[in-house]
Design a protein around this ligand. Structure first.
Ligand code: ADP
Ligand code: MG
Length: 699
């Protein structure tokens, strides 16, 4: 499927000479598992070896290249004392210093009486120049092979700069000549080089200026990546449009009944969103709309109104959630309301098995179930609807594009409503959703109390535990979220288990633990103990958790959120977590426990923003700004697309251009079959937008 020319780039990094399994692992950690990932690992600095002063004029701390005469070797018998080689040019002497050096090697590299080119950092001790472990030693003949300006790459522990440079050079050598996918006029106007030249140039900066995001090679590469992103979204979108939708104009009877059944008034934002969605559902084209609303803004009710719009017309509706807990919770909210209108809402997750599952499937197929709430289990092959008219997908960034499509494919002309609690800045919304229509819930239900947010150093853990004890005594429930350790579930779990053990000493059976490794039923049991008022026996008031509670869970009696090692969390994630409290009548608190030691400036900034504001959109903007400033933490967690070459702080303008460009492409050559279209297919593969290509192929 993938064009053969790209195969060398989609080989494992271990296909590169000199990279075995051990280095392979490190490169995978650094950039990714494939050769192509190395191409996207751009340098962030340079070492200029062209600076060649006289020894006596070399400034302290500078990288210098000297041509030196080698005088004498002073090996050391004491392993703690270094091996020294004395050398000079016509201005004076310099000591070349080696710790734990092999004498053989040093004598061969620096033979007495000969001349060598030596490059490295110069330091002065007692006024005398020396160079410890030169980066480069060679003969005058070899001077040419000395790369005058070396790129500096971001590293990971265990990988030496030299190895990284060499391996990336080898990766670059594998890049084939590729057909031009960019519009010739745009390319000429912007003065952009060809893709391969741009890549080579970006990896061989000659000056600091060439590291800047606005240089033509970097602009070109950023644009390639953004165009791949936008084009893939356009393909998906066009595919949706191609399939006829169906006008569903209900008589409003059920929706009126729901309005009467609700214990509250809809907010203005909810009413507006419901109106926008209804208009889409009524229209003959397929709906593809994003419902954006901060945690607690009341998306579920809006979804229910949308579902009724379809059900009133005799169609069925499905609501898909990313986790078992959330699916159950949505079901618990929706089913009783629906029942009062005389509707049947079923639940289908990985845990419904055997006869119960068969019964649900049968009723779904014969239409006696009006709506279904579930997880991924909904798009298993044997799940068939009598007539699916609307699919609502909650927290969609956890689902892939084709999963979204798979659910919509279970009906004819299915309308799709995607809900997300990630308040995405407009720029990013474009990268994640293309030009989906957007409805925003920018208003919270009335009566919400602000959440007092405080940052507390971890040294004050005892005080925090005391405060938690007092709050529990007064009938409050507490979440305690444990540190994110690296990106491994196992170590997350260890930290949570340890904290649970410590807190259990104090709180005994009133405490529970949930983590991602638990079976669905176990998780639910703990969540139910925590959510329910419960009797004194089985009840849980303090829930220790890994970030599995991040999305959706609604426990109004919870008023305290403790986030341990908050400095390790991204803003979006902390905001999501904090949104778990402040849902009831009582005032709520969020305590951000941090470890001062080693905390980065960006981490401090994140904690400050959390203390300053609860406005999800402002937090999202700040998040983007901080990440633009070089910190990637939080991108992966927020589920937004990660860009390797484009930096949205600098390349925002290009995103808009890519957006328009991709629309134009789809207008002119929707199947990507013309000459440029074919090249664009290569681009999509190159940036691993294979899902979009599959859609093209399926016609
Ligand atoms: P979201 O999914 O957007 O985070 P939910 O749909 O779970 O939010 O709603 C959060 C809580 O607010 C629920 O308990 C819900 O019943 C309640 N709620 C929703 N809309 C309103 C409203 N207009 N007025 C009062 N409470 C509301
Ligand atoms: Mg929700």
């Amino acid at each position: 499927m993938r064009p053969n020319v790209l195969n060398p780039l989609f080989a494992s990094v271990t296909a590169i000479q000199g990279v075995g399994p051990r280095l392979g692992k490190l490169f995978e950690k650094l950039a990714g598992p494939q050769v192509v990932d190395l191409l996207w690992h751009l340098p962030t600095g340079i070492i200029d070896r062209r600076f060649a002063p006289k020894v006596m004029e070399a400034p302290d701390g500078a990288i210098c290249t000297f041509t030196l005469r080698i005088h004498g070797h002073e090996p050391s018998s004491n392993p703690r004392r270094p091996y020294k080689v004395v050398a000079s040019d016509d201005s004076g002497f310099i000591a070349l210093v080696f710790f734990r050096g092999h004498e053989d090697y040093i004598r061969r590299a620096l033979p007495e009486g000969e001349t060598r080119v030596v490059s490295g950092r110069v330091e002065h001790f007692a006024g005398k120049p020396q160079m410890t472990h030169p980066d480069y030693i060679g003969t005058l003949d070899e001077l040419e092979s000395l790369q005058a300006v070396e790129p500096i790459y971001p590293l990971t522990a265990g990988l030496a700069p030299k190895v990284v440079r060499k391996t990336i050079r080898a990766a670059l050598a594998r890049v084939p000549a590729l057909p031009e996918w960019q519009d010739a006029a745009l390319k000429a106007r912007r003065g952009w080089p060809d893709f391969r030249d741009a890549l080579n140039a970006a990896h061989a900066p000659e000056s600091e200026a060439e590291l800047q995001p606005a240089t033509p090679p970097r602009m070109r590469l950023a644009y390639d990546e953004l165009l791949a992103n936008q084009l893939a979204l356009s393909v998906i979108r066009a595919r949706y449009r191609k399939q006829a939708g169906r006008p569903m104009k209900g008589d409003g009877r059920m929706r009126a009944a729901l309005r009467r059944a609700l214990p509250f008034q809809l907010t203005g934002a909810q009413a507006r969103a419901i109106g926008e969605i209804e208009a889409d559902i009524n229209a003959p084209t397929r709906m593809l709309r994003l419902l954006q609303g901060d945690v607690g803004s009341g998306k579920t009710v809006v979804a229910l109104f949308a579902m009724l719009g379809a059900i009133e017309c005799g169609a069925q509706a499905a609501l898909m959630a990313p986790t078992e807990i959330l699916a159950r919770q949505h079901h618990a909210t929706i089913a009783p309301l629906a029942q009062r209108i005389g509707l049947t809402v079923a639940l289908l997750t990985g845990r419904e098995k055997g006869k119960a599952r068969d019964a649900v499937l049968a009723q779904l197929a014969d239409g006696s179930i009006h709506a279904i709430v579930g997880t991924h289990a909904l798009f298993q092959e044997d799940v068939a609807f009598k007539d699916l008219g609307l699919a609502v997908i909650d927290e969609q960034h956890r689902f892939g594009v084709h999963q979204r499509l798979a659910l919509a494919a279970k009906g004819r002309g299915v309308d799709v409503l995607v809900m997300t609690a990630t308040p995405i800045p407009r720029t990013l919304a474009l990268t994640a959703y293309g030009d989906m229509e957007v409805s925003r819930l920018d208003e919270k239900p009335p009566g919400r109390k602000p959440i007092a947010t405080r940052a507390v150093p971890i040294e004050r853990l005892d005080e925090v535990i005391d405060a938690v004890a007092r709050a529990m005594g007064a009938g409050n429930k507490v979440y305690w979220v444990c540190p994110l350790v690296e990106e491994s579930e196992v170590s997350d779990l260890a930290a949570a288990t340890e904290r649970h053990a410590l807190l259990a000493e104090r709180f005994g059976p009133r405490i529970g633990l949930v983590h991602g490794r638990m079976k669905g039923a176990e998780k639910d049991a703990v969540m139910e103990r925590f959510a329910g008022a419960g009797d004194m026996m089985g009840r849980c008031d303090l829930l220790v958790a890994t970030t599995v509670i991040e999305v959706g869970v609604d426990v109004p009696a919870a008023t305290i959120m403790v986030i341990e090692h908050a400095e390790r969390f991204g803003l979006a994630q902390m905001h999501q977590l904090r949104g778990r409290v402040g849902r009831g009548e009582r005032p709520s608190t969020c305590l951000l426990l941090y470890q001062r030691q080693g905390m980065s400036e960006a981490a401090k900034a994140r904690l400050n923003i959390m203390r300053e504001t609860e406005d999800g959109f402002r937090i999202a903007e700040e998040d983007l700004r901080l990440r633009g400033a070089g910190e990637l933490l939080g991108t992966r967690q927020s589920g937004l697309p990660e860009f390797r070459l484009a930096n949205l702080e600098f390349h925002r303008e290009l995103l808009a251009v890519a957006h328009d460009d991709s629309k134009l492409i789809m207008d002119r050559d929707p199947e990507l079959n013309a000459e440029r279209g074919k090249a664009l297919r290569v681009l999509l593969y190159l940036f691993e937008r294979d899902a979009a290509i599959k859609l093209l192929q399926s016609g």
